[in-house]
Design a protein around this ligand. Structure first.
Ligand code: HPA
Length: 271
């Protein structure tokens, strides 16, 4: 694994020509256009990068974009891989290890999620206090390479307070309401049953989604601080009595995408 990471990193370093990213940003639904706002950008399709897999999800461009945003050098993953597409957890997580090797000091993981917490409303945002991995899988399964991380990595400090506080400050300055909560990561691709959502609430979950936890685990493993932020695109199954649809999720992601991008720009400015 270490050799593969080195090869991907060497390839990207050459393309980036000595520019080192300060922070990496994984763009979930509604945030993709943020990569287009980067100045002096260099974009590389996943398919061109050694050992990267391509995203098959609709509306996920599948490229790495390096550029300037709010005074920082930012590396955006425009489109991500999901377990439900058939990728192994370590394939989903792999770009995180390359980002760390490229020198980023933190990674911001964003996504669309269903609101479990009754105090949330569709269109609002939530910063991760923590997560619950309900996929039953881990990107760290298999032989460990101590050059990347520990065999049994700690998971108590995945989302450090200084980044959560920074997100709060950014939200406050932008006048955007930002909840805090626990993200429940599931496999999908089916949405949850109402009973599953009741169970997740009982377990302490506040929002649910089909991404992010493998990337968080991978980042924590290589000691990369994570800021996780969800856009609550819908209330989770069984809460409103309406059926869930991808259409509803996409529509809200588009409607609130601009606000999400304003928030992320401010977060990066304050970093
Ligand atoms: N469940 C799972 N994933 C999601 C949801 C949801 O309700 N909304 C957006 N992504």
């Amino acid at each position: 694994m270490y050799e593969k990471i080195e090869q991907s990193t060497a390839f990207l370093k050459q393309i980036f020509g000595g520019r080192t990213p300060d922070v990496a940003l994984v763009l979930g639904s509604g945030l993709g256009p943020l990569a287009d706002e980067l100045e002096n950008q260099i974009a590389v399709p996943f398919g061109k990068i050694p050992h990267f897999r391509c995203s098959t999800a609709p509306d996920h461009a599948g490229r790495l974009v390096l550029g300037q945003l709010a005074g920082k050098t930012v590396l955006c993953m425009q489109g991500r891989l999901h377990g439900y597409e058939g990728y192994a957890p370590e394939e989903v997580a792999y770009p995180i290890w390359v980002m760390q090797a490229l020198g980023v000091k933190a990674v911001i993981l964003t996504n669309a999620a269903g609101g479990i917490n009754m105090d949330f409303q569709a269109g609002e945002f939530m910063v991760f206090e923590d997560h619950i991995n309900m996929t039953g899988k881990s990107p760290l399964t298999g032989e460990n390479d101590a050059r990347v991380g520990d065999r049994f990595p700690d998971m108590c400090h995945v989302y450090p307070k200084f980044l959560r506080d920074l997100a709060d400050r950014a939200a406050q300055e932008c006048g955007i309401r930002l909840h805090h909560g626990v993200y429940v990561g599931v496999n999908g691709p089916q949405y949850e049953t109402a009973a599953e959502i009741r169970m997740f609430r009982t377990l302490g979950g506040d929002a649910v989604g089909m991404s992010t936890v493998f990337e968080s685990i991978a980042a924590s493993y290589c000691k990369l601080p994570v800021l996780g932020i969800s856009m609550i695109t819908n209330m989770a199954a069984g809460i409103t009595g309406n059926a869930l649809s991808d259409e509803e999720v996409k529509q809200m992601a588009n409607t609130r995408g601009q606000t999400f991008r304003v928030l992320m720009r401010k977060v990066i400015e304050l970093l």
